[in-house]
Design a protein around this ligand. Structure first.
Ligand SMILES: C[S@@+](CC[C@H](N)C(=O)[O-])C[C@H]1O[C@@H](n2cnc3c(N)ncnc32)[C@H](O)[C@@H]1O
Length: 248
């Protein structure tokens, strides 16, 4: 179960070395899909500044960067102390490797327009919070856009916790809020710095079914190849949509 894994000993630096020193082909594809989803929504709804959240942000800044042009505040939430410390440090001046990810985002004008102020904006609007995703059930409809990358399926082997994690994320978003979430498909668990972390084996249709009830509009994309960035999974799933307008 989620509480049994050693999250506070998550080796942040090893995780970055493994995944984010360079932009992998599949990350480039994910970023393009998410960028276009958000940019398209805000080109039609330009008025109000958004309040964003990245759930289980860990050691990945690109979901937050993908929300940057439209947010007046972004919460980076993670339960791991090591990841909290990393995020808090990055908030003040993020490392240059994240500019490779920004370069893909800035192929769209909405991002290019804030290029010169991106680091200051990131420092000023980001708030880092050490907290448990399952506690978000008490903060329903709080955020107006959200991301959750490789978290709900990568926090335990339990399908119930996977579903509950997705539900907590979606319920934390206001009606109509745009969101993007990514999942490892058929993950068998993963190693970070020699330490094993659990995963729940999910398919694209399970991801879709789990989100569809709380989403007004939803699209899933299957990206990447088996074992492309590490051993023990078959691909990546990106879900882009909007929190439904009803009161489900
Ligand atoms: C596989 S990592 C994904 C990190 C990052 N989002 C990414 O895209 O690479 C899973 C993350 O979920 C966090 N996590 C695990 N259980 C959590 C929980 N109950 N609440 C919040 N974060 C959690 C871990 O600390 C870790 O940062």
């Amino acid at each position: 179960m989620n509480a049994d894994a050693p999250w506070d000993r998550f080796d942040t630096r090893a995780y970055i070395e493994q995944h984010y020193m360079r932009v992998s082909d599949v990350d480039a594809e994910i970023i393009s899909v998410v960028r276009d989803h958000f940019a398209d929504h805000f080109s039609r709804n330009p008025d109000r500044p958004a309040r964003g959240i990245d759930v289980g942000a860990g050691a990945n800044l690109y979901p937050a960067l993908a929300m940057l042009p439209w947010c007046e505040q972004i919460t980076l939430l993670d339960r791991s102390w090591n990841n909290y410390c990393y995020l808090e440090e990055q908030r003040h001046a993020y490392d240059h490797e994240w500019d490779q990810f920004w370069a893909i985002l800035s192929r769209h004008q909405a991002y290019a327009a804030v290029r010169g102020e991106r680091k200051e904006r990131f420092r000023d609007i980001v708030r880092v919070e050490q907290n448990d995703l399952f506690n978000l059930i008490d903060r329903q409809r709080h955020w107006s856009m959200g991301t959750m990358f490789f978290v709900a399926e990568s926090l335990s082997t339990s399908h119930e916790q996977f579903q509950h994690g997705v539900e907590c994320f979606l319920r934390a978003l206001a009606p109509g809020a745009p969101f993007a979430a990514a999942f490892m498909e058929h993950s068998q668990g993963y190693e970070v710095g020699g330490q094993r972390f659990p995963a729940c084996d999910v398919s694209e249709s399970q991801v879709y079914d789990c989100m569809a009830g709380l989403a007004g509009k939803l699209e899933t994309h299957h990206l990447g190849r088996p074992d492309e960035v590490r051993a023990g999974y078959t691909g990546m799933i990106v879900a882009c949509g909007f929190r439904d307008l009803g009161i489900s």
